[in-house]
Write a protein that binds this ligand. Structure first.
Ligand SMILES: Cc1ncc(COP(=O)(O)O)c(C=O)c1O
Length: 420
């Protein structure tokens, strides 16, 4: 397994795309579940099977995908009661679930404890007290890790989620108070270890290595100072993958080379086996998805060419730059119907009333014609569920999944009326 990438869009013919469009309507998403599974295996094998790979459901919670990765991913990172139910429906073992989020409700904690979720990330004293209280109520121990907001600000991460004042986790300088409460309540809670999520979109091997070493150091310090044993260490992840560039992504082989000595040393010096976990979202899913819409109309406006398609920000907010975000960058667009047409600079606009509804702004695209199918590549993460699906009352797109050379519906299209 020598390659990080296995996406096989180029192997699908124009006719196969047209058949999907005919059968399910446009726009639609198409996910390559085999490519996701390949990446999970690739990462784990690159890490000599010394690190487990959890799938971050938030990046793409499609049931079809979850079912196909069950048994391949070691577990799931979830962030709500809804994702917990989705994981259960997909048949996941609850012991392999890790639940993080800064505002877990009592009902979410109760459901997690009753169902036997493997790791509840404790992000505040209130959550710890609530877990102890629920555990007394239902006579079931809560499995917990402490989510720590480290002192280290890891500058290599595009989106920094630790090392600064933030809503996530317990500040490293305050963990002793939490640990004291844990030590006093071991009859109600299983302390399993720690969780540190430094952030997302890190492209530098050295950034990940620095963060992991820091996490392992903190785990050892807790063990030495308290006598508690970390049997689980969730290293977070944040492996970077670019949406705008085909090549730019974290080099997993290079990461393994620089990281494995520290991981091996940690395992060797552990008295009891310790589960070390990466929880990854977009790195597994981004490349594995296409969003496909059809050209409805075209026009020239003051010398600029516009092609209006039936898809847009309501289904794929990220591709349209999230309602006018400061730094908009085009996803990669391809004309599936005319892949060899000459490249022209144009704008690809969605159907909404908002001028930011542009899937492509001054993009180079194979000259489209009315009726052509246009694909937005790298659309497998934070697409469908991170978009304002009901905005302006259009149907939601069908989500299709490819697995073992078969294409099936992972989620059906719905009308606005279906949500009333
Ligand atoms: C706790 C946690 N784990 C995993 C992820 C997944 O991040 P990514 O999709 O960048 O891998 C996130 C993203 O916000 C997160 O907050």
């Amino acid at each position: 397994m020598s390659t990080q990438n296995l996406e096989r869009w180029n192997e699908l013919s124009k006719k196969e795309f047209e058949d999907m469009a005919e059968q399910y309507g446009t726009p639609f998403y198409l996910y390559d579940a085999d490519a996701i599974n390949h990446r999970i295996n690739f990462i784990r094998e690159s890490m000599d099977n010394l690190v487990e790979v959890f799938y971050a459901v938030k990046s793409n919670p499609n049931l079809g995908i979850l079912r196909t990765i069950n048994g391949v991913a070691n577990g799931l990172d979830i962030s709500s009661g809804g994702e917990l139910e989705q994981a259960e429906l997909a048949g996941f073992d609850m012991a392999g679930i890790s639940f993080a989020g800064p505002a877990k409700t009592r009902n979410e904690l109760l459901a997690s404890i009753e169902k036997g979720v493997g790791c509840i990330s404790i992000e505040s004293m209130r959550e710890l007290n609530e877990c102890i209280d629920i555990s007394k109520q239902v006579a079931t121990k809560a499995n917990i890790v402490i989510r720590i907001n480290p002192k280290l600000l890891n500058r290599a991460f595009g989106m920094k989620m630790g090392g600064r004042p933030i809503q996530f986790g317990i500040d490293e300088e305050n963990i002793n108070i939490i640990l004291e409460v844990i030590l006093a309540n071991t009859q109600f809670i299983n302390f399993k270890g720690i969780h540190i999520y430094a952030g997302s979109q890190c492209f530098e091997v050295s950034g990940i290595v620095e963060g992991v070493k820091n996490t392992l150091r903190i785990a050892r310090e807790i063990e030495t100072n308290t006598g508690l044993i970390c049997t689980t260490i969730n290293l977070g992840g944040g492996f970077g993958v670019s949406h705008t560039d085909n090549q730019n992504e974290l080099d997993v082989k290079a990461l393994a080379k620089d990281l494995l000595p520290s991981i091996k040393e940690f395992h060797q010096n552990s008295e009891v086996p310790c589960k070390i976990v990466f929880e990854l979202g977009r790195f597994l899913t981004a490349n594995a998805g296409l969003y496909i819409s059809r050209v409805i109309s075209s026009k020239e406006s003051r010398g600029k060419q516009f092609f209006m398609v039936d898809g847009g920000l309501h289904h794929h907010l990220a591709a349209a730059g999230t309602f006018g975000s400061a730094f908009r960058s085009n996803f990669i667009l391809k004309n599936i119907s005319h892949p060899n047409a000459k490249l022209i600079e144009c704008n690809v606009a969605g159907p909404s009333c908002n001028p930011t509804d542009l899937l492509g702004m001054k993009v180079n695209l194979e000259q489209p014609e009315q009726g052509d199918l246009i694909a937005v590549l790298k659309s497998g993460s934070y697409g469908f569920t991170a978009s304002p699906l009901l905005f302006l009352g259009r149907q939601t797109p069908t989500e299709l999944v490819i697995h073992n050379n078969e294409i099936f519906v992972g989620r059906h299209s719905k009308k606005m009326l279906d949500f009333n």
